[in-house]
Design a protein around this ligand. Structure first.
Ligand code: FES
Length: 571
């Protein structure tokens, strides 16, 4: 940092064309909040407050912020808490993903506009941590990430359960007539027993782990559950570390987010069999940081790393088990031979030095497996390319039924989620278990990419015991979901990708091993259909209009083009 640059509360002065007046006025108003000159000499640490009645996952964030404040004060800083948009996954329509970039942009702008020497970004629920990391990558203010932490597990009739893999499993059983109305209500009341984020290895847990591996978080702070003292201790340590970052000056997220840091993250993503949503979020983050990263990198690294972590949906455990087993540091210890140990995160410590001081996972636990005795084979997540997805699609192979890894079937096409809801259970459609369900109109431009990709199995097939079918869409699925679900097809149908040309009865073939997805229709017929295709109208106004005009496709991370590192060249 330049020594002549203003520090602390004198950063980012309000512009009255008189800097002395701006400083004087700022102090006058801060005096009304009880701040004196001794306070205002300290490094200022901004702390984002994403607590909201609309975000139950962040219910304990006020207490976590108190812990972070304590750490900041202990280390000699001045904590300043400020609100930002909060994205509660379950309470946003049509999907929180539509607002991830808005949160990233708003957070970036609020950090840039207000006086702070470093910022603690307190997220947790699915889109909040990615949005905050994207903001951090675009900022020249040192940033450190903290998360709400996961929920503890619940219990129903003696069975341990949690959100949201078990939400889906029991809902599927209810649809199949296995659970009656009273039982599904009992399950509903047991799925989310505490504050915190979904406690399986869904998107929230995966992205917390990604933030830690990338180096944007204090080591060991991805996994403590929300309601534990360990979560608050991580908050205190985060506050202390934020002051250290501010004092060191100049080390910003872009310095931490290097290509080796991303490769380490992809390695851990594969070992976790983490959420497919991490693919779009990491691509977007790399785009912000100016790091070249492609779907091929995900596929290449995933094919080298076996599944090591026994958490739902690919395994059987929960985030609290992963935490007890040692969390991210213990997993990194297992993966050490595959990692670049020269990366350096917010603490300034080399990854190799951190791992020298880290114990491998104990033999008493079974959640984190060894490379010699993995839980599953490599390639838990694969990228598919071919005539149906020229720019790629993803399949979480570890969560798909093995008999569907290679499959050929007849397409049954749905035009958006409403069409699925209206027709999927209609026996007149005559869907068979080896058909391929195709959903289009749920891509980034069409509607912000909702988690509609894991369409329900038709009720009449579920009642016959069918548990999985090949489903293909340009949307996403929840990180807590499972099945032979091909997602993120790019380009999407709304911009004229081949998915727009599929018709009922077409043959589609997927091959997870070969990484192929093919629409088996002749070129002449496709050309005829392409000539008939009409581009859907864009939303008329506001954020949705801006989003639809400027959002990139899934293979680029679904960021707005002008927010990427090279985005300014577009304007
Ligand atoms: Fe917030 Fe799952 S709904 S993390």
């Amino acid at each position: 940092m330049d020594d002549t640059e203003p520090r602390g509360i004198d950063r980012n002065l309000t512009n009255y064309a008189d800097e002395g007046f701006s400083r004087y006025l700022r102090r006058a108003f801060l005096a009304s909040a009880g701040y004196d000159d001794e306070d205002l000499e300290r490094p200022v640490i901004g702390i984002t407050n994403t607590a909201s009645d609309y975000n139950t996952c962040h219910r304990e964030v006020p207490q976590l912020i108190e812990a972070i404040r304590r750490g900041v004060l202990e280390a000699g800083g001045l904590p300043m808490v400020f609100p930002t948009i909060s994205l509660g996954e379950i309470l946003l329509s049509p999907t929180s993903m539509l607002y991830r970039n808005l949160m990233a942009m708003e957070t970036e702008e609020m950090v840039r506009a207000q006086p702070m020497d470093a910022v603690v970004l307190v997220g947790g629920c699915d889109k909040t941590t990615p949005a905050q990391m994207m903001a951090a990558a675009s900022l020249d203010v040192p940033s450190i990430v903290s998360v709400a932490g996961s929920m503890l597990t619940g219990d129903w009739r003696g069975e341990r359960l949690g959100a949201c893999t078990d939400c889906r499993r029991y809902w599927g059983q209810h649809r199949a007539g296995v659970l009656d109305e009273r039982e599904i209500v009992e399950v509903r009341e047991s799925l989310c027993p505490t504050a915190g984020t979904c406690m399986v290895m869904g998107t929230a847990s995966t992205m917390a782990c990604m933030a830690e591996v990338l180096g944007l978080m204090v080591p060991g702070s991805a996994s403590p559950p929300a309601t534990t003292g360990a979560r608050l201790k991580a908050g205190v340590e985060t506050g202390r570390q934020a002051v250290a970052l501010a004092s060191q000056g100049g080390r910003v997220a872009r310095d931490i987010l290097t290509r080796p840091a991303f490769e380490n993250a992809l390695c851990v993503l594969a070992a976790l069999s983490g959420s497919t949503n991490a693919v779009v979020h990491l691509l977007a983050l790399a785009g912000r940081a100016g790091v070249p990263l492609s779907l091929d990198d995900f596929d290449r690294i995933a094919r080298q790393v076996p599944l090591l972590v026994d958490c739902k949906p690919a395994g059987s455990g929960y985030m609290e088990d992963f935490h007890r087993a040692g969390g991210v540091p213990a997993l990194l210890k297992v993966l050490e031979s595959l990692l670049d140990v020269e990366t350096v995160g917010v603490t300034g410590q080399r990854l190799g030095d951190l791992l020298d001081a880290t114990e491998p996972p104990g033999s008493w636990q079974t959640t984190i497996r060894s490379l010699e005795d993995p839980l599953g084979p490599p390639a838990s997540l694969v990228v598919l390319k071919g005539s149906l997805a020229p720019k790629g699609a993803v399949l979480k192979r570890a969560a798909a039924s093995p008999h569907l890894h290679r499959h050929r079937g007849r397409a049954v096409v749905f035009e958006g989620p409403e069409d699925v809801a209206a027709r999927i259970d209609d026996p007149a459609l005559g869907i068979e278990s080896d058909d391929v369900l195709v959903l289009r109109g749920v891509g980034p431009v069409a509607m912000g990419m909702p988690e509609a990709g894991s369409m329900p199995i038709p009720k009449y097939l579920a009642e016959r015991g069918v548990k999985d079918m090949v489903r293909i869409s340009d949307g996403r699925m929840s990180g807590t979901a499972y099945g032979a679900v091909v997602l993120h097809v790019a380009p999407e149908a709304a911009v004229g990708g081949p998915l727009a040309l599929v018709r009922d009865g077409d043959e589609i073939e997927i091959d997870a091993e070969a990484g192929r997805i093919e629409l088996l229709v002749g070129e002449d017929e496709l050309a005829r259909r392409r000539a008939e295709w009409q581009k859907p109208a864009l939303p008329p106004r506001g954020w949705r209009r801006l989003y639809a005009e400027r959002v990139q496709q899934a293979d680029r991370g679904v960021d707005l083009d002008f927010l990427t590192e090279t985005g300014s060249e577009l304007c």
